[in-house]
Write a new protein. Structure first.
Length: 245
């Protein structure tokens, strides 16, 4: 992370959050305490900003300035409210095609997924405030600029985001190795959101349960599975094919 993306100290961070500046994450030294820390925690919760507790030595390695036990990374992406994005897409005559990331931590995969999403007509990327790779310079580079163009929604709970999607008539699709439906058999012309899970554990059980449709990507041979960004590209291209005039 470039040094000019660091926000150093308590009051500068409070002012940055209050001014509407995007913050990717906040680092607290493990021994950090004080009234202003409680205020930062409250603001972080309100704005879905992840907080990470780290050894004081890590903060010292990031800057020689007086950090007061707090350093934050300024965001490179302008985060949007999910409901506002839905309203904008529908209001402009579009049919929602969103991508939700659950546990995808490799920033290169995130960048590649964002790139495929934008190329295939998806309007938004939904990410949780914790458990996902940072949208840093490497992610931006991997996305070839797509992360600057696609609307990114950071939410406190993916499950609550699914509820919001359902309330707006948007179905949730997720892939499973043993699902009966195949990717090219789905009603991609309908408003939908694709959930992509981590390569290790896939989509979390509670999200799989909340999904409306489960599908598989057919493969030849008995190899494990596609890389998550490749799988996302296949799924998104299939969605685009169904939506083309």
């Amino acid at each position: 992370m470039k040094k000019n993306n660091l926000i150093i100290g308590r009051q500068p961070l409070i002012e940055a959050i209050r001014s509407g500046r995007e913050i990717d994450r906040i680092l607290f030294g493990r021994t950090t305490s004080g009234e202003s820390i409680g205020e930062i925690r409250k603001l972080a919760k309100e704005h879905h900003i992840p907080i990470q507790m780290v050894p004081p030595e890590k903060l010292g390695a990031l800057t020689k300035a007086n950090h007061q036990g707090v350093i934050a990374f300024a965001g490179l992406v302008q985060y949007m409210d999910l409901q506002e994005v839905i309203d904008h897409v529908v209001g402009s005559g579009g049919v929602p095609l969103f991508v939700m990331l659950d546990g995808v931590t490799d920033v290169r995969n995130i960048g590649a997924i964002a790139r495929s999403a934008l190329c295939c007509g998806a309007q938004a990327l939904i990410i949780p405030d914790k458990g996902v790779g940072a949208l840093n310079e490497e992610a931006m580079k991997s996305s070839a600029g797509a992360l600057e163009k696609i609307q990114v929604c950071r939410v406190g709970s993916l499950l609550k985001a699914v509820d919001s999607l359902h309330l707006n008539g948007i179905k949730v699709f997720t892939s499973e190795m043993n699902a009966a439906a195949r990717v090219f058999e789905l009603p991609w012309v309908e408003p939908c959101c694709i959930v992509m899970g981590s390569e290790d554990n896939g989509v979390a059980p509670h999200l799989r349960k909340a999904a409306d449709v489960h599908f598989t990507i057919p493969m030849t041979g008995d190899f494990d599975s596609f890389n998550v960004s490749v799988a996302a590209g296949i799924i998104l291209y299939e969605a685009m094919k169904h939506r083309l005039p």
